[in-house]
Design a protein. Sequence first.
Length: 231
Amino acid sequence: MKKKYKHIFFDLDRTLWHFDENSKKVLNDIYTHFKLDKSINSVDEFIEKYQEINEALWSLYREDKVTKDELRWRRFEDTLAYFNISNPKVASDMGDFYIYHSPRQTLLLPETRSVLKYLSKKYKLHIITNGFEEVQHIKLKESGISNYFDVVILSEKVGVKKPHPYIFKKAFLAAGANAKNSLMIGDDWYADIYGAQRVKMDAIYFNFNKLEHKNSVQKEISCLSELYEIL
Ligand SMILES: [Mg+2]
């Protein structure tokens, strides 16, 4: 795969930035800070329910069926409602707490830093993300990896989300790249891999949890360190 590429486009959440662990940490803090132990038996129960509701709301957000603002408070309001707590003010405060603290968490996926260091000497590195504009830059900065990236393309700025071809075309334009000399690496088959396929860009599917699937992939890895061999 090595020679033909000049540009590598990375997804951010769950590809480089350890979304699941960082999120769990903040949800634990929310459980303590808002004294949820008084009404919810265990923090694990709270987190599990939140994740289920958040996931469903994110699917709606991707389809433009809920707005960003609604997503932010509703995931907490709906979670609290499940535990028979009705308090929109607290739900909204939790939303604010989450949005402030979550991007300031700094855990990255294993080997992220050393792999980026290695790749940055050989390729131009960029980010294409569907995450919220105001938090993605904080994540990159706080986790100390922002310097590795040339161009950061945010779906909110472009106006469409991955896998829409337009966001990839915008990314090529911004980076001075094209589909032939670029490679996409991401954890979300639909957004990242199918998205790359639609613009005929090569892609590596980062399947960290080694989930079984039947999707078409050109190349699949479960640890970023496998990129040393490939690239
Ligand atoms: Mg991702």
